[in-house]
Design a binder for this molecule. Structure first.
Ligand code: NAD
Ligand code: MG
Length: 311
């Protein structure tokens, strides 16, 4: 029998859908990823083992029929899983990605197109104010409108001490995770109408900051605050704003210095379920918050973290 803690097989082969009764402990193995490194932003296709973004398993039930969605960082990891789930639920989807992630983005476009939905990939850097605003308007123009915005792109790089944290990194992390979210959301609001939804990606790090992720964890806390404040500001317009707070999820952000390399083999083992989460396990929370089912939910954060105690 395979030792589940040394299982490094690719995980994207499973075809058991998210609606089938499963034991959450054994739905995925407690992976021990080998120590590995990629330069930022990293590629899903080079991540070992290959994460499960639901391409073979996510089953849609028409919950987002006819919607038009923009997902930042939709080329890999959580954003890719969300983009695929949205398409399977009946939405047309635009994703943003960095130019270096073109191979990953093309693969997501292929998967979405295969489901019969429209897929658009917008390449650019979200720390560029013009790209931020342009992405919102271009997505709306190419999809014929916009109903859903998922702010998901993020930068996470460890630094041992405050002293080791450069001004450049602090600024890049805040530019990517916070300032870009302000700019892109501001532009998107000119395209959104009643019934539209915004979903932001925060983190368990907003509540349990890791000592080596001071800049990143601070931005994740700010994302929660932004979510709650904006939700109140635009509730009367019929637009809801919520967040998802993932725990340890196996994505390219981890081997691109998102974790100390030597910690990768134990990644996620400290959760109550004893394993890392896979990107596709996040998708149903985003679908719920993006759809009309969550009509009385705004300013909320859904925790998808394998049972790490959170407020
Ligand atoms: P990922 O690397 O697959 O996705 C992050 C994406 O952010 C990249 O694909 C890239 O396209 C985008 N990005 C980064 N910098 C950018 C920039 N300057 N301009 C444009 N795009 C940029 O990793 P992921 O884990 O799926 O990350 C998605 C979100 O989930 C992030 O906000 C991350 O903070 C959050 N999150 C991840 C975890 C986890 O354990 N993986 C846990 C909590 C929160
Ligand atoms: Mg990527």
């Amino acid at each position: 029998m395979t030792d589940p803690h040394s299982d490094t097989r690719d995980l994207d082969g499973t075809d058991t859908d998210q609606l089938t009764l499963q034991n959450p402990v054994t739905r995925y193995p407690a992976i021990s990823p080998p120590e590995q490194h990629q330069d930022e932003p990293g590629l899903e296709s080079r991540t070992i083992p290959r994460p499960d973004i639901g391409q073979h398993s996510y089953r849609g039930t028409g919950r987002l029929a006819g919607r038009r969605a923009l997902v930042t960082g939709g080329d890999s990891g959580i954003g890719a899983a969300v983009a695929i789930a949205f398409a399977r639920e009946g939405a047309d989807v635009a994703i943003t990605h960095l130019p270096a992630e073109d191979p990953d983005a093309r693969e997501i476009v292929r998967i979405i197109t295969e489901t019969g939905r429209t897929a658009i990939a917008l390449a650019g850097d979200l720390t560029d104010p013009q790209f931020c605003a342009g992405a919102a308007h271009e997505a709306a123009q190419l999809l014929g409108g916009l109903d859903i915005v998922v702010n998901n792109a993020g930068k996470q790089v460890v630094a041992d001490s405050l002293d080791a944290l450069t001004d450049e990194q602090i600024e890049q992390t805040f530019q990517t995770n916070i300032v870009a979210m302000f700019r892109l959301t501001r532009a998107a609001l000119t395209e959104l109408g009643p019934g539209a939804t915004i979903v932001n990606t925060t983190s368990i790090e907003a509540y349990m900051p890791s000592p080596v992720l001071l800049d990143y964890a601070s931005t994740k806390s700010a994302i929660n605050n932004f979510t709650k404040g904006l939700a109140q500001q635009i509730a009367a317009d019929g637009i809801r704003v919520n967040a998802v707070a993932p725990g340890p999820i196996w994505t390219p952000i981890q081997p691109t210095d998102g974790q100390p390399k030597e910690k990768l083999p134990h990644f996620g083992h400290n959760t109550a379920l004893g394993r890392a989460g896979q990107p596709t396990e996040l998708a149903p929370a985003y679908v719920f918050l993006a759809s009309a089912e969550s009509s009385y939910v705004t300013g909320a954060t859904i925790h998808v973290n394998g049972g790490m105690p959170s407020p």
